[in-house]
Ligand binder design. Structure first.
Ligand SMILES: *Cc1c(COP(=O)(O)O)cnc(C)c1O
Length: 409
């Protein structure tokens, strides 16, 4: 055993297994090692095929080894990988232009992850208020059940006690309001409030789309009080909801939006999109990233955009969502003692369980279906956006078999 309590090196031996060299902050199943993937399937060295309804947590939205994405990566990898933002990156200019063209936004900052995109947005909210002569407006309101990433300000914004623990010794300028509690929200808005951050569909906290009514109310309050409205669409954005961006289901526009996960199809890409008024305040010296928007990431990001913008692509997501939800509802009717309800938007679907969702996840995995978990005892389904109906049927059959086994147990 190594000594605990001392900060300095105190390891007696280096005889542990290779994975002992990693932080123990993740707990992957020890018996499953994936060697490659193709489309919606993942394969092990032993030749087992798994159906991938997790997509690397809503990241590999066009499956694994998609030829268009592989070609984009391969072509760029022989040219130039990285330059830093000391130089112009035409592919970043192009992707920013395409994101702007298809959204409310005029200006884009590229990062490498979701939490960095969120941090950029938090700075943009404060930077805008500062530039508008409102130096005292720095506080940002977040909602219970939110997840915005693991960096310090993102943790403070989400306010999840179990994630914050001793890591956040101060409030970092964030206020917490209960999800969809309008009176509490009104009360939280004060002279120091700069903006509001929310996920249109909460991911980690349970697959919860915001109600249309509350979304309108939040938008109204932002307009009334001069607050910046920021959407965290790191998980629900980029086609996952059946529209390019989830807030587009609500007929409102935010002022700031964080994207990541699906944007690079598996290559780390994050982006913070803003209106012109906000983006133009983020001048030289306000923010930056060494890796953000590098040529390799941007080549893949543009290739993902090609796929997303193909005619009919997003309608397909909605059709498949309807199909999946419809059949899952039937399973709820058939197994009311095991699963109670289906939640979500597009191909971001939660199955609220009565059986412990961890047991359900393990059983599904033993039947070669990979899924995720979410808050409030939910199984989370995040299949690739281009999944086939054949694979949807296969997954539904596995879920039914698993439920039958729970029922008989
Ligand atoms: C995953 C996620 C993040 C954090 O993204 P990372 O790439 O892990 O930093 C932020 N917000 C939401 C809504 C997410 O789902």
């Amino acid at each position: 055993m190594k000594s605990s309590g001392s900060i300095t090196a105190g390891k007696d031996s280096k005889t542990g297994s290779a994975r002992d060299a990693l932080w123990p902050n993740y707990s992957p199943p020890q018996d499953l090692v994936i060697t490659h993937g193709l489309g919606s399937e993942l394969f092990t060295a032993a030749g087992d095929a798994y159906l991938d309804f997790l997509s690397g947590i809503a990241v590999t939205s066009f499956g694994h080894a998609h030829p268009h994405l592989v070609a984009a990566l391969n072509e760029q990898s022989g040219k130039v990988w990285h330059l830093s933002n000391v130089f112009r990156i035409p592919a970043a200019e192009r992707l920013a232009g395409r994101l702007s063209e298809h959204s409310f936004a005029d200006r884009v900052f590229f990062a490498n992850s979701g939490t960095e995109a969120v941090e950029a947005g938090i700075k943009a909210i404060r930077g805008y208020q500062l530039a508008s002569g409102n130096a005292d407006r720095y506080r940002i309101i977040g909602f219970s059940g939110s997840f915005h990433g693991r960096t310090l300000a993102a943790l403070a914004a989400a306010g999840n006690e179990s994630h914050m623990r001793g890591f956040i010794p101060m409030d970092y300028g964030f206020d917490q309001v209960e999800w969809e509690n309008l009176p509490q929200l009104k009360q939280a808005i004060g002279a120091n409030t700069a903006g509001i951050i929310l996920e249109p569909v909460q991911g980690e906290g349970g697959i919860r789309p915001i109600s249309a009514e509350f979304m309108q109310q939040v938008k109204g309050l932002c307009e009334e009080h001069g607050l910046v409205l920021m959407m965290d669409e790191v998980q629900c954005g980029v086609g996952r909801s059946g529209k390019l961006f989830a807030h587009q289901h609500y007929g409102i526009t935010p002022d700031v939006m964080a994207l990541a996960k699906g944007l690079g199809g598996g290559f780390p890409v994050g982006a913070c999109l803003t209106t012109e008024a906000i983006g133009e305040t983020m001048v030289v010296g306000t923010h930056g990233s060494t890796f953000g928007g590098n040529p390799l990431a941007m080549a893949v990001g543009n290739a993902v955009m090609d796929l997303l913008l193909e005619p009919g692509q997003l309608d397909e997501v909605t059709a498949k969502s309807d199909y999946l939800m419809d059949h899952l509802q039937k399973l709820v009717a058939q197994f009311p003692k095991l699963i109670v309800s289906i939640h979500g938007l597009g191909l971001m679907i939660g199955i609220k369980c009565v059986v412990p969702c961890g047991d359900m996840l393990n059983k599904l995995r033993s039947k070669k279906l990979l899924v995720g978990k979410s808050g409030a005892n939910m199984i989370r389904l995040l299949p690739p956006l281009n999944i086939s109906y054949e694979h949807l049927d296969q997954a539904l059959q596995i879920i039914e078999e698993a439920l039958l086994e729970f029922q008989d147990a």
